[in-house]
Design a protein around this ligand. Structure first.
Ligand code: AMP
Length: 114
């Protein structure tokens, strides 16, 4: 999608601090980290949010979840604990309309509803 910030990051048109990349997925550090470890995982394919994902995306989403676990290990927070969050839609506070998982860790993360 030509007007999408994360599509531009996926295409390399806007720089990012990459921590993982393959043909389907990119993971990069959040520009305004809310925890010592704050990584965003995105599919390169444009999906506005989790609400747009369908059965055809099951393998991709599963791969992203397992990548979150792998990156948590790589970042040294797998044992201390981490959180994976996907905001979806207005009530969630989603700011960038391209599906992304936040991987957060490195300190106590406090309570969230859920
Ligand atoms: P959300 O509110 O779930 O849509 O999260 C969007 C996230 O994208 C926020 O945590 C922002 O700090 C992050 N963000 C926005 N622009 C960039 C960028 N250019 N590079 C890395 N992270 C970004």
């Amino acid at each position: 999608m030509s007007d999408c910030l994360f599509c531009k990051i996926a295409a390399g048109e806007i720089p990012s601090t990459k921590v993982y990349e393959d043909e389907e997925i990119l993971a990069f550090r959040d520009i305004a980290p809310k925890a010592p470890v704050h990584i965003l995982l995105i599919p390169k394919k444009h999906l506005a949010s989790l609400a747009e994902a369908g059965p055809e995306d099951a393998a991709l989403l599963g791969k992203m979840q397992l990548l979150a676990r792998q990156l948590a290990e790589q970042e040294g927070v797998a044992e201390s604990g981490f959180r994976v969050v996907a905001n979806s839609g207005p009530n969630s506070g989603q700011e960038v309309a391209h599906l992304h998982y936040h991987l957060l860790g490195g300190e106590p993360l406090g309570d969230i509803r859920g």
